[in-house]
Design a binder for this molecule. Structure first.
Ligand code: DC
Length: 241
């Protein structure tokens, strides 16, 4: 299932009709907890749309980085938004993300963009700007959406909410593996520090901080592989189907 979403405010007339048992499932948690991997597999098993909201924040970060605006300049970042066009094609696998018509799907994965995304995501104007875009997708139902505030703020009425946690060492090792530098001590150290800094920022910001929704099922993925996490999620979801 693929839909093109063009930045905010534009309604998508192609939403599939909602059916009574198609759920909205949210998955929140810190970097490296395994959200993207399990969200993709879960969406595939259920035949649902997969929405990775971090890619939207990363797209804004890419625009900030290439515009020469300091990520901590809140007004400067806010002034970029009206002249930014983000297009995203969520689907079963990696979403294609375009900023102002340029495909940035690969570039937004760079560690520097992760850092900037975490900084700009604390800016109220950025969160406000991305909110209607995320909600618009949820209206379709049959959705697995992952990020930091999906269960608390974007879809507070979601049918099933998960919050993934994992030990910082496990998360560091997973990220290093993604960067194809698992055995490199310097990369491990840098990655660990970047994750810690991002965690601290994401959890302590005033607006929509990273916290489990009161009604979320919390899963510690430290000792689980992705399929084991998906199995646990399916057991929870099965009760709602
Ligand atoms: O999930 P990710 O690592 O790709 O997200 C990148 C940054 O975007 C993350 O450090 C915080 C921010 N983010 C957010 O604030 N809210 C979301 N729903 C998703 C991501």
């Amino acid at each position: 299932m693929t839909r093109t979403i063009i930045h905010s405010q534009q309604a998508d007339a192609s939403d599939p009709p909602s059916s009574e048992r198609r759920l909205i499932v949210t998955i929140d948690g810190p970097a490296g907890a395994g959200k993207s991997t399990v969200a993709k597999r879960l969406a595939q098993r259920l035949g649902y749309l997969y929405l990775e909201t971090g890619a939207l924040y990363r797209a804004v970060a890419w625009k900030v980085a290439t515009s020469g605006v300091s990520p901590s300049d809140q007004q400067g970042v806010a002034s970029l938004l009206p002249v930014t066009r983000i297009t995203m094609e969520p689907g079963g696998v990696e979403a294609r993300v375009l900023v102002d018509g340029k495909d940035v799907s690969g570039e937004i994965r760079a560690p520097e963009i992760s850092r900037i995304a975490s900084i700009v995501s604390a800016i109220p104007a950025v969160r406000e700007w991305l909110l209607p875009l995320q909600r618009q997708l949820g209206s379709a139902r049959g959705l697995v959406a992952e990020g930091r505030d999906l269960g608390t703020r974007i879809f507070p009425g979601a049918d099933v909410k998960f919050f993934l946690e994992a030990d910082v060492e496990v998360r560091t090792a997973r990220r290093a593996l993604e960067l194809k530098a698992a055995g490199d001590a310097a990369v491990l150290e840098q990655t660990r520090e970047a994750i810690r800094a991002r965690d601290a920022r994401d959890r302590s910001r005033d607006l929509a901080p990273l916290v489990p929704a009161p009604d979320a099922s919390v899963i510690d993925t430290s000792a689980l592989d992705a399929d084991q996490v998906v199995d646990r999620m399916m057991a929870v979801i099965a009760k709602k189907l």
